[in-house]
Design a binder for this molecule. Structure first.
Ligand code: GSH
Length: 216
């Protein structure tokens, strides 16, 4: 059977896994998890993912959750792609940035997407200016790390596209709507424009029904 991805496509965490599957040219099926409708809490979904969150992968009788682990599984279906390098140190470098994504980048941008996109679209609320002000310093501190890394490399781990680019790049798919303060980060904006130019990225944005936004 094909790979099934249980996703709510507008989410950056869904984007990560869909973009990797598209980039690899895998035969995969989208299973919609309607988050605003509460599908993640339905018993048939909760028994696939006890966290009651998405994304989740099912491939025959194998079930996997956590977006970055799913991305690794997909890359291992096409090892020749190099998205997850074979060499130990090169692979650990990619994995290191995927951990950094969860530990640093996601917490840094989440308040912006929550206040400026999720609240107005799904909760009928206004952005909380004090929450956005508190988010500013950790966001800038985190982006400075990525900016420096991308000052030395075309892609996150060097001159070759890897899963690290998919995991981190997904943070910026809603950059404009989230009002991410990216003006000082020229290298990040150049790198994201490069990613957004890939046919797989464009196809994923289209599937998620999101306009292709420049990270600016
Ligand atoms: N660390 C998990 C986080 C998954 C996650 O938090 N997903 C959110 C959407 S972005 C979700 O499903 N939320 C549903 C809810 O909170 O009810 C991953 O990367 O897969």
């Amino acid at each position: 059977m094909t790979v099934e991805l249980f996703v709510f496509p507008p989410s950056p965490r869904a984007f990560k896994v869909m973009a990797v599957a598209n980039h690899l040219g895998l035969d995969w099926t989208l299973r919609m998890v309607d988050l605003p409708g509460g599908a993640q809490r339905q018993p048939d979904y909760a028994c696939l993912n006890p966290n009651m969150r998405m994304p989740t992968l099912r491939h025959d009788d194998y079930v996997l959750w956590e977006a970055n682990a799913i991305a690794q599984y997909l890359a291992l279906l096409r090892p020749e792609s190099g998205l997850l390098p074979a060499g130990e140190r090169a692979r650990l470098d990619v994995i290191r940035w995927q951990f950094w994504d969860l530990a640093h980048l996601e917490p840094a941008y989440t308040p912006f997407i929550f206040e400026n996109v999720v609240k107005p679209a799904f909760r009928g609320g206004e952005p909380d200016a004090s929450a956005l002000a508190r988010a500013e310093e950790p966001f800038q501190r985190t982006l400075r790390v990525l900016e420096a890394q991308l000052g030395e490399n075309r892609y996150v781990t060097g001159n070759i596209l890897t899963l690290a680019d998919f995991s981190l790049g997904a943070a910026f798919v809603h950059a404009a709507a989230s009002r991410l303060p990216l003006e000082p980060y020229e290298n990040v904006r150049r790198w994201y424009a490069d990613l957004a130019g890939m046919p797989s990225w464009q196809a994923t944005l289209a599937a998620a029904e999101m306009p292709a936004q420049a990270a600016a």
